[in-house]
Each structure stands twice: as C-alpha cells, then as structure tokens.
Design a binder for this molecule. Structure first.
Ligand SMILES: C[S@@+](CC[C@H](N)C(=O)[O-])C[C@H]1O[C@@H](n2cnc3c(N)ncnc32)[C@H](O)[C@@H]1O
Length: 376
C-alpha cells in the first residue's frame, strides 16, 4: 500500500473529487482541492488517467489551521520533516497557494528559507532540474468559483515530495488540429473526465461506447487510454470523420466506428458486459434528426442497458446557468423539463442517477454531467 496526496484542478473541485472517487473508491478529503488516498500501487496508476489531478505528493505531512504562523515557522516544520524524507541529491522547494489562506505570507520567503534549512553537504538546491521537488501547499477557502461547492474548507499547509504518478491536469491536443473538426467537438479534458466518471472503482470498463460519437472526442480519449472504443452515429459524415480522427490519434485502444441509430446499439454491438456508455446527446441545433431529443436519449439508455446490464453511463445534458449557483434542485430545467422529471424518466430505462454536477460551458450555456449505474 502507498499513500498519495492529490491536488485537484481549480476549474471544478467537486468534479475533481468525483473523478478520483470513480477511479479509486473512497478518499479522505482534506480540502475541496486536496485528497489523501491509500491504495496498492497498481490502483494508484489509474491516477495517470485522470483529467483533473493537477499535482501529486508522496510522503506528505500536514499542519491544520495554520493561522498565525509566519514564514519561518512553516519553513521549520517542513525542514524537520525533510531530514528523514528528502533523499540525498539536488532538490527545489516550491510553494503553491490554493484559495485565499494566509495571504500575508510570502511564497518566495518560504521557498528560500526552507531551501536554506534543508541544504546540506548531501542535499543541494537546484531550481532548474532538481532530482527531488518539495512542494508546500498553503490551502484555504477557495476564491469565488464559477462552480458551487458544498465541501467544507479548513485552512491547512500540506507538504511532500512531488510524485510522478501525475503529470499535471490533462489538456490534450486542440481538437481544431484534428483532420475532422466541428464546433460540437467536446473539449478533450471534459471528454476524458467523462470517461473517468464512467469507471466503477477498481474496475476498468471493458469498452467505452459512444452512441452519439460526432467527431469522436470521447472515442479518441478512450483509445488514447488504451481502452476499446465502440463509436456510432446516425450521420455518415460523422462516422467517416470519427474514423479518420481515430486513425490520426493513433491510440493504443482498438476501435470500431459504425453507422447506427443510438436506440439500436444493442443490435449493432451485441452483449458487452462491463461496458461504459459515455456520450453527449444531440440538443438544440445539433438535433438534426426528426425525432424528439428526449426520446432518442431514453432509447439510447434502454439499448445501453441491454448491451451491458452491469455497465455505467456518463452523459452531459443541457441546463441553464442557475444550476451553477447552488445545490441542484428538482425543478432546475434540464433538457427543457424539470430535473425531477428527467431523473424519473432515466429511472424508467433501468438506470439510476448516482451523481450529477453542473459545468459552465460559456456564460449562457451550462451542462449537467450525469453519472448513472444500473438500478438493481
Ligand atoms: C453533440 S454531438 C456529439 C459530439 C461529440 N461528443 C464530439 O466530441 O464530437 C451529437 C451527435 O449525435 C448524432 N445524432 C443525432 N441523432 C442521433 C441518433 N438518433 N442516433 C445516433 N446519433 C445521433 C449527431 O449526428 C451528432 O453527431
């Protein structure tokens, strides 16, 4: 077993935590953007797949409620820890501030004082290419965020050695550089996040199925992660475009792309136990078929359950920006109806909603990220 302290991207702390829980199971939340996890080495490797893990520390220590401490006291704590934790060789000290804690403190001062205290004959400071990086997180209440969060915030200082299990929050290559691009293309970070959220802890999906593949944003992430991607769309141009994009992405995961209505994917792919269904269904101007968007979505969910009665779903539904300012209410408008009504309709397809979180797409447009597991 090994323990790591994970730092989440400031873009959406609640979804950072949801992503880690989907990949790893229960976590200890130290701060909205800091989680402490203890797992075996192979489970921890799934952190590499995450979209919203910004940094990762090992051998960490923490100090709760550091109000009143000055730079020297913080440096002393870190230096005392470093005696037994920082290996010989070159090192640097980096201070990161999360939120608004201890604003009077100088990051530079803590970095230089801690560096001076740790430096010895066997440990030398190298700011450009250090063998070991000591990271000190000074964390307090988040700045006014664009996403409402119910997590409790207590100020704390956490420090540890930077661990290569994370290489920083995921960006991906810009979709405009793909051979086939349309404005509907999902942002790679969001697509990867949805793939993560469709994990059940400790179990990698046998396939990622996207029945509304469009330009292939989700299938590309699955394939880059080495997972099998089963993509389909009702528009032949999208089928061809996704195939071209997947070829170019050159991911390790096998893929198939077919022309198919989303309500018939169980006939196309057959039984596929353990699959995860990840998609953003058509809406508004993109709903180019004659059918009603809502019934297409429900048909796709029913078909998905027939393919994989033990699978999972992560989808994204249009909602209005008020959803961002507080807990999601039952009468929030999602897909043009009350959320309670949509949740009930999802329930009738045999899935139940286990998680939902609004995300801001731009000023007047928001989406509700929805994760479902089979009802039984
Ligand atoms: C919002 S886009 C998906 C975008 C995609 N995630 C991407 O990254 O490019 C929705 C897609 O659903 C497709 N679509 C619409 N109705 C459909 C149906 N009944 N069955 C399957 N696909 C459908 C559209 O052709 C469109 O490509």
């Amino acid at each position: 077993m090994r323990s790591l302290t994970l730092v989440g991207s400031g873009w959406h702390p609640p979804l950072f935590r949801a992503e880690i829980m989907a990949l790893l199971g229960p976590i200890e939340i130290l701060h909205p953007r800091i989680a402490f996890v203890t797992q075996d080495e192979s489970s921890l490797q799934s952190i590499k797949r995450a979209a919203l893990v910004d940094d990762c520390l090992r051998d960490s220590a923490r100090l709760w409620d550091p109000q009143g401490l000055d730079e020297r006291e913080i440096s002393n704590h870190v230096a005392e820890w470093a005696e037994s934790r920082v290996p010989p060789g070159s090192f640097s000290v980096r201070v990161r501030r999360l939120g608004t804690a201890l604003e009077g403190l100088s990051r530079r001062k803590i970095e230089s004082e801690t560096g001076a205290l740790i430096a010895s004959e066997t440990r030398t400071v190298d700011l450009d290419d250090p063998e070991n990086e000591v990271v000190v997180l000074i964390a307090g209440p988040e700045d006014a965020s664009s996403h409402w969060d119910d997590a409790q915030t207590t100020s704390l200082v956490v420090w540890g050695l930077r661990d290569e299990t994370s290489t920083g929050a995921y960006k991906g290559k810009p979709p405009t550089e793909r051979p086939f691009f349309k404005p509907v293309t999902l942002d790679p970070r969001l697509a990867r996040l949805m793939v993560s959220l469709a994990h059940r802890p400790g179990r990698t999906p046998t396939a990622i199925v996207d029945p509304f593949c469009g330009t292939g944003g989700i299938a590309i992430e699955a394939s880059l992660l080495g997972m099998q991607a089963l993509a389909s769309d009702l528009d032949p141009e999208m089928v061809e475009g996704t195939t071209t994009n997947l070829q170019r992405a050159n991911g390790e995961g096998a893929y198939s792309v077919e022309l198919c209505s989303a309500e018939e994917i169980h006939e196309l792919w057959g039984d596929r136990p353990g699959s995860s269904f990840v998609f953003d269904p058509p809406y508004g101007r993109n709903a180019w078929t004659s059918g009603d968007g809502l019934s297409i979505l429900m048909g796709a969910l029913s078909s998905a359950l027939r393919m994989s009665p033990d699978g999972s779903v992560c989808t994204m539904l249009p909602t209005s920006p008020e959803a961002l300012s507080g807990p999601l209410s039952g009468n929030q408008i999602v897909l043009g109806r009350d959320w309670d009504e949509i949740r009930e309709m999802i329930g009738e397809t045999g899935w139940s909603v286990v998680h939902s979180a609004p995300v801001r797409v731009h000023r007047s447009l928001s989406r509700l990220v929805v994760v479902c597991h089979p009802s039984d």
